[in-house]
Every structure is written in structure tokens, then in C-alpha cells.
Design a protein around this ligand. Structure first.
Ligand SMILES: Cc1cc2nc3c(=O)[nH]c(=O)nc-3n(C[C@H](O)[C@H](O)[C@H](O)COP(=O)(O)OP(=O)(O)OC[C@H]3O[C@@H](n4cnc5c(N)ncnc54)[C@H](O)[C@@H]3O)c2cc1C
Length: 406
């Protein structure tokens, strides 16, 4: 259920391995979809799907990320080809409608049957088994004549199965609103880089796409509401109000309407049931800041495909643990961004590398810490543990609150 990146890539892997797959996609999406900036580890999945060249043809090459720090507006540039032991040294910024279409086409080429319909799921009996509604089966025109062995919820933020079964969830701590639009004439300091700037309240993203820049502002909801009655009024007024945002948007022009996202920090504490599984955002989403969503979606789809082919209960339990750990690792990394520990660590690191001990330790840190953010080491206990340890104990008595996102 759901032909976004998670559902469609799962469909591609399974159909390619000979499984009979019905892929439903309701097509109900806003004109602009967030998820345009990809971390390098996503490129591995584009290769597995055989679509990297196609995606490259309509995307912007993304060689790194630039962060503007709070208070003094110091810029921190992070190039993927400078990451020690990196296996993938670049990524892409993508128009999401085209990327989604490329993945769906890959699923169809692999043999999945695509139905441009909304699938409906119901409880089957008293327990937590589910079934597709009769009209959903009918919509397949005879492709599904009986209930499938497994129903996968890839419905994104619709979270169809979680809502149906009222599965427990964990919400993140932030109460932000993200407003998103495309603009022309936005200033960027590094070509192709995703730019994230800490603003007076909240933060912003700038994602260079072919011919335009995706600009998002992520602001505490109650504060944003004071900037106007419509989304467009709030977006335009906030860009004019904030001194950092004004600096790069002064000569820019918004060329689309504005789209809004709220309450997105949400993950289910369960990911599998007797005849169902969750994948992608339907399982959980942490936060936009490090562009982790597409990676979690594509990675969970790949893992789930292996588990389905294995078929054992044990394998499904392993899948659930894998995704919960992946989401949990991003959760902590994102927390270090908002509470100022990550920026503090970066500043301490700049100072420490000039000392003898710091110079000796630097290659070790540079092997592990950046790769958590490129997605290559977000599953590695040691790398994630080292990041968490350093953010807790490596701040040399500096107060991280000074660099926190307010
Ligand atoms: C503000 C914000 C910014 C973000 N920025 C980034 C970023 O820069 N980089 C990044 O990697 N991630 C980002 N993300 C996350 C990213 O957008 C998602 O993680 C990603 O889209 C998840 O893919 P998915 O396939 O799970 O779900 P979706 O992309 O939401 O796809 C779900 C699909 O299911 C369909 N559907 C829903 N219900 C049904 C149904 N009942 N039957 C049939 N079809 C159905 C929908 O129409 C849709 O096509 C951002 C998220 C937010 C909130």
C-alpha cells in the first residue's frame, strides 16, 4: 500500500526475485513533495534499483553540505569526498516527483503490478491480523483473487495500518512547522551543497535543484503563526524578518505556492505483525535536518525484501529491530543538532586538531563521525556510539545551549 520510494523499491526487489506483487498507489500527493536532498548512502540503493544514471540526468549533483552556525553565522562545509574511508563520495538533489516515477517504473519493469488506486485495509477478526477490503481486491481486475500473504504499509504519513490497529507511537520533542516552496535567485555559497542555516528561531534548508532552489523553513509552530494568516504570508514574512534568511533570499522570488508539514517526528514502536509489516515513513520519520528520511525508507524496503524472501518469524523480528535501531540512531544524531552539542563538538574539534593528541586522534574521528551523517555508518554501533559519547563528554566544558536551535 503506497508507491512512494519505500513501497515501490520494495516492490522492485520482490518482483525481481519472483514474488507476486500488487503495488497500490493512490497518487494523492501535493504538487511539491519534500525529500529532495539525498544522503550519499542513498546512491547505493539507486544503483541496486538500476536507476542511478536516469536519476542523475534530471538531478543536481550534491558534493556536500553547508551549515551556517548560530550566533556568529560561521559556515561549516562538509564535502563527501573528504570523508575518510567513504565508499560513496557524492549524492544528488532530486525533483521528488521524477525520482518517485523512476522507482515506480523500476518496480513495474521488475514485474510488479501497479494499481493507481487507494488500497483500504481492515481488521481481520479480533487479533491484529489485517485484510484488504473487498473493493481493493476488486480494483486489481483479477490480479488478486484472494487475500495476499503479506500486506505492507508503505503509505507514508497516512500510516494506514498503525492507525487501523492503533499501534503505540513515540513522538519526537520538537513542535515545529516546516513550510516549503521553490524559489529562484536564492544565494548559495557552495554549488550543489544542501545549505542549512540556523535562524533566530528554528532553521532553514536550501536545496539546489535544476533551475530553482527548494527552500524550507522549520520554525516552532506557535512562533510562525504570528507572521500571517496564510502559509504564503508566513513564509514570505519570515524570510524577510530573519536576518540570516534575509541575507540569502533578499533578491529571490518564490515561484510556487507554499506547503506545510507538522507533527512529522513520529515512529511506531512496532513494525511487524502476523500478516503485515511497516516500511518507510509508515514505520517512522525522525526529522528533516540531516535528510535521513529517504535513506530510512529505501534501507527499510531493502531489508524487508530480504526478510520476505527468508520468510521466518525470526527474520521479521530482526527487520523490526533493524529499523528501530536505524531510526533510534538518527534520533540521537538529530537531538545533538537541536541541543547545540554537534556544533559545539565541531568547534572543540577545530581547536583540538591543533594539539598533539587531537592531531593523533583526528583520523579516527574523521573515519567514524562524518559517516554517521552520510548514512554509511548509521548502522554501525561503534561509529554511532562514538558520536554520542563525544557529544556527551567531548565538549571541553563548553555550554552547548549557546549553539542550540531555539
Ligand atoms: C519537512 C520535511 C522535509 C523532508 N526533507 C527530506 C530530505 O531533504 N531528504 C530526505 O531524505 N527526506 C526528507 N524528508 C522525508 C521524506 O520525505 C520521506 O521520508 C519519504 O518521502 C518517505 O518515503 P515513503 O515511501 O515512506 O512515503 P511517501 O513518499 O509519503 O509515499 C507514500 C505513498 O503512498 C501513497 N498512499 C498513501 N496511502 C495510500 C493508500 N491507502 N493506498 C495506496 N497508496 C497510498 C501516497 O500517495 C504516496 O505516494 C522530509 C520530510 C519532511 C516532513
Amino acid at each position: 500500500m503506497g508507491g512512494g520510494p519505500a513501497g515501490a523499491s520494495l516492490g522492485a526487489y520482490l518482483a525481481g526475485a519472483g514474488v507476486r506483487v500488487a503495488l497500490f498507489d493512490s497518487g494523492s500527493k501535493p504538487d511539491l513533495v519534500v525529500g529532495e536532498s539525498l544522503v550519499p548512502a542513498v546512491v547505493g540503493f539507486l544503483r541496486k534499483l538500476g536507476i542511478e544514471e536516469e536519476v542523475a540526468s534530471y538531478s543536481t549533483l550534491k558534493p556536500g553540505a553547508t551549515f551556517t552556525m548560530p550566533r556568529n553565522q560561521e559556515e561549516m562545509h562538509f564535502r563527501f569526498d573528504e570523508v575518510r574511508k567513504a565508499q560513496i563520495t557524492y549524492s544528488y538533489n532530486v525533483p521528488r516527483d521524477r525520482l518517485d516515477a523512476s522507482i515506480r517504473d523500476a518496480a513495474v519493469r521488475a514485474g510488479a503490478a501497479l494499481f493507481s488506486e487507494r488500497a483500504r485495509v481492515e481488521r481481520a477478526g479480533q487479533g491484529d491480523r489485517v485484510r484488504l477490503s473487498d473493493d481493493t481486491l476488486e480494483q486489481t481486475g483479477g490480479f488478486l483473487t484472494e487475500q495476499p500473504d503479506l500486506v505492507v504499509d508503505a503509505s507514508g504519513r497516512s500510516r494506514s495500518i498503525s492507525r487501523l490497529l492503533d499501534l503505540p507511537t513515540e513522538a519526537g520533542p520538537r513542535r515545529d512547522t516546516a513550510l516549503h516552496a521553490h524559489m529562484e535567485g536564492v544565494e548559495l555559497s557552495r554549488e550543489g551543497h544542501v545549505h542549512s542555516s540556523i535562524l533566530e528561531r528554528g532553521w532553514s534548508w536550501r536545496i539546489p535543484l535544476p533551475g530553482r532552489v527548494s527552500v524550507g523553513i522549520v520554525i516552532p509552530s506557535e512562533f510562525l503563526a504570528t507572521f500571517g494568516d496564510t502559509l504564503e504570508a508566513q513564509y514570505d514574512a519570515y524570510l524577510r524578518y530573519d536576518p540570516v534568511a534575509r541575507g540569502w533570499s533578499e533578491h529571490a522570488k518564490r515561484i510556487t505556492q507554499v506547503f506545510k508539514y507538522t507533527n512529522y517526528q513520529l515512529r511506531s514502536v512496532r513494525g511487524v505483525g502476523p500478516n503485515w509489516a511497516l516500511v518507510g515513513d509508515a514505520f517512522g520519520f525522525i526529522d528533516p535536518v540531516f535528510s535521513s528520511g529517504m535513506l530510512v525508507g529505501l534501507d527499510s524496503a531493502f531489508e524487508l525484501s530480504r526478510v520476505v524472501l527468508d520468510g521466518s518469524e525470526h527474520a521479521f523480528a530482526r527487520y523490526e529491530r533493524h529499523v528501530l535501531r536505524h531510526l533510534g540512531n538518527w534520533y540521537h544524531a538529530v537531538g545533538h543538532f537541536y541541543d547545540g552539542r554537534l556544533f559545539t563538538l565541531f568547534r572543540v574539534g577545530n581547536f583540538m586538531r591543533q594539539t598533539l593528541l587531537g592531531g593523533l586522534m583526528e583520523p579516527h574521528f574523521l573515519t567514524h563521525l562524518p559517516r554517521v551523517f552520510t548514512g554509511e555508518a548509521t548502522h554501525r554501533r561503534y561509529s554511532v556510539g562514538l558520536l554520542n559519547f563525544m557529544c556527551e563528554y567531548g565538549l571541553a566544558r563548553n555550554d552547548p545551549a549557546e549553539l542550540a536551535v531555539r
